[in-house]
Design a protein around this ligand. Structure first.
Ligand code: NAD
Length: 257
């Protein structure tokens, strides 16, 4: 079974890991649907660029992953979903007793609940097509914790649980569900954490990267969006047909510590 001609919907894919995964899948001949909550010319231009470079069909569909009805509408509007990549995510860093409730709610909604809605809408399409792949972008924080990231760690542990349930409910069908758990990847989400961390630890940028961010990543290197795209593509291959309900770490050894 080739992935060529399949359709992938990648949530939160106008930047970072989501965009990297969309580009890698498109290079393999997969038609891609990009998404974010914005609806700018740049968003649509990204899809046009991918279509031009790879020859696949690439569309951009605006939908806010913090809203359940919009999550489901994204899948319906796409009309087909062979590969669902639940990637949209945000971060906020604060101690539990100072953590703003609205930030907690937003992180749980975007990083976890959106995947419930998109999966619920996509599974019937996969069943009809007789093939499907659900790929949830969790994190090393889906398997371990760090202080000040209560909502993020809770959401990412939650999505690992949702992945397992999705796998069990589809176990007898040609559908798999897995979670990819990246360590640190230098994307806008991580860039945005650098200034606060510099302030918190009174360190410069390079010191924060080396001593704080990559402290727990034994390789001392960021993972790349291309590597995550390659991992997603592997999960879509025949070799991965019996891999379901599990996590794949792309974290330079973080979770081996
Ligand atoms: P990013 O900020 O570059 O990308 C996040 C994407 O989510 C963007 O496209 C953004 O537009 C989208 N998004 C945010 N809110 C949205 C909403 N309400 N509706 C729709 N889309 C929305 O960050 P990234 O680092 O590429 O993160 C992507 C995923 O990877 C996230 O789930 C993140 O938790 C996970 N992750 C990232 C790292 C890392 O080190 N960068 C590590 C582990 C896991």
């Amino acid at each position: 079974m080739t992935v060529k001609g399949k359709t992938a919907i990648i949530t939160g894919s106008n930047s970072g890991i989501g965009l990297g995964i969309a580009e890698e899948l498109a290079r393999a001949g997969v038609n891609v649907v990009l998404n974010s909550f914005t609806d700018s010319e740049e968003d649509h231009a990204l899809a046009a660029r991918i279509a031009k470079e790879t020859g696949v069909e690439a569309r951009y569909i605006q939908a806010d992953m913090s809203k359940g009805d919009q999550c489901r509408a994204l899948i319906e509007k796409a009309g087909r979903c062979d590969i669902l990549v639940n990637n949209a995510g945000i971060q906020h860093v604060a101690p539990i007793d100072e953590f703003p409730s609205d930030k907690w709610d937003a992180i749980i909604a975007i990083n976890l609940t959106s995947a419930f809605h998109t999966t619920a809408a996509a599974l019937p399409m996969m069943r009809k097509a007789g093939w499907g792949r659900v790929i949830n972008i969790a994190s090393a924080h889906g398997l371990t914790a760090s202080p000040y990231k209560s909502a993020y760690v809770a959401a990412k542990h939650g999505i690992v649980g949702l992945t397992k349930v999705t796998a069990l409910e589809t176990a007898k069908e040609p559908i798999t569900a897995n979670a990819i758990c990246p360590g640190y990847v230098l994307t806008p989400l991580v860039e945005a954490q650098i200034p606060d961390t510099m302030k918190k630890y009174d360190m410069g940028r390079e010191e924060v990267i080396e001593k704080v961010m990559l402290e727990r990543q034994p390789s001392k290197e960021f993972a790349t969006t291309e590597q995550l795209g390659g991992t997603a593509l592997f999960l879509c291959s025949d070799a991965a047909a019996q891999i379901t309900g599990t996590t794949i770490s792309v974290d330079g050894g973080w979770t081996a510590l």
